[in-house]
Write a protein that binds this ligand. Sequence first.
Ligand SMILES: Nc1ncnc2c1ncn2[C@@H]1O[C@H](COP(=O)(O)OP(=O)(O)OP(=O)(O)O)[C@@H](O)[C@H]1O
Length: 527
Amino acid sequence: MSTFTIPEDASTVQPNVADLNAQQALAYHSVLAFVNSSSAERQNFFFLYGHGGTGKTFLYKALVAHLKELGKVVLVVASSGIAATLLPNASTAHSRFKIPLEIDHTSSCNIRKGTPLAQSIVDAYLIVWDEAPMVHRLSFEAVDRAFCDIMNVPFTGVHYKPFGGKTVLLGGDFRQTLPIVPDSGKEESVDSSLTRSYLWNSCMVLHLSENMRVDSSSANNQLDFHGMNFGRWTLSIGNGTMPARSFKENQPADWVEIPEALLIQTVGSPVQTMATEIYTDFQQRYHNISYLTERSIITPTNRNVTEINAHMLALVPGTGRSYYSSDTLHTDAADSYRIEAEYPTEFLNGLSFNGYPEHNIELKVFTPVMLLRNLNPAIGLCNGTRLMVIYLGHYVIRGIIMGGTFSGKTVAIPRIVLNINDHRWPFVLKRRQFPVRLCYAMTINKSQGQTLQSVGVYLPKPVFSHGQLYVAVSRVRSASGLRLLIINEDGIPSKYTRNIVYQEALADLLDIADVAQVCLVFHNFLF
Ligand SMILES: Nc1ncnc2c1ncn2[C@@H]1O[C@H](COP(=O)(O)OP(=O)(O)OP(=O)(O)O)[C@@H](O)[C@H]1O
């Protein structure tokens, strides 16, 4: 596939300790010092806390590279597939640690002692887990129970050690999206946060605050965004400190004004305007993998993602290929004949589910697609991996991975059977389909963790959950790469949009400066 120019991707750069800034170096040495310490009081549970772009991923990579060089076993996981593709040899935490999907206060992971997986945990010198705030606290507690069991450490009492004494470095940013708790509100969301777990009491927080993504020397970033530079402006959205107002009585005052310099004024169709703004010169560049890798339109809902993708697909020259799924239902109900008769195949074909492929997928060569399942993390095929399609076969689709540590690799995607268990229906839908969807546009939640050159934030409706606006505006290095298109409920372009920040989710980190100081004291003591 040498005819394609593979984009230079920052995520493939291998950082080492000399590249770290002062805060990163402090965190790096602190973890290593505590890991190496033989003290009974040895700290073994860390949280690397820093807002988007402070170089958490960069730091994990430096740590992992150093320990691998010393021949140590390091397990690297991330809460989402896309975050896993940005780290070396990482997989999702759920697949690696066999965390149950249905989880409660007594759950443990499905890891049996004596198995190779259990042994890899025993052997691990360090366990790194990125984007931790996205996962429900019960998942960490299940991992804690499982590790205690594997390490023969009592789960309660004075001899208890978090994670059975294994050194665990979690990281992420509580300003970004929290765990998705279906049909729930703010309280459940905040309660699901890691900071509400008993584990949090034993955690040492390491703090990064210097934004390495936003290029502070760029003139664009020095522009005045409501009295702030671009980096501070994005952070004030994340912190919820940007002045906000309400437009209706009895509604929270969480509508913020977006600076004119970042706004797109629509002319005609909003989707077309957004597409033209972000996919400039598309007719000449639709097949250029660098061009596709470095840009995306992001929006809160799948409905708008589908609308934009369909618009972009129509602009790609040539005829495409349609792939239809084979859909069957499975039920254990006594009256299964009645259920099968009530939900014929045509009905099943018409069902759409978040995170699953459609019955009918239309693709063309050169279109970007996102993988919807962890097919093989070892070769970069994770839920969230982006690929540019280069071959549309009957049994297989081939594509080139866009971004992440496997950028530029050619891979094959097979059809698989997906079991879709949605509480709205009295059956499990078995859909045999290629687990992909077009990704000229993606949801804000899917974009978390990515660094892009050009991002269009399409808001025909405002965001609906904590951290989404912050994730959306903090994907770029420079203000010049960010454009927002906001439509109000009267269908008119607007400069106001909602910024939902659950202060309760951030409150547990207010004393962070003190914790960082404690870390510094230990660091000075140990060196
Ligand atoms: N010390 C450094 N020197 C040079 N570049 C750096 C350094 N630290 C981070 N970067 C670069 O800054 C950008 C953001 O870093 P990174 O992705 O590690 O941040 P993050 O904290 O993981 O962000 P997010 O929370 O949004 O995932 C990347 O392009 C990375 O290569």
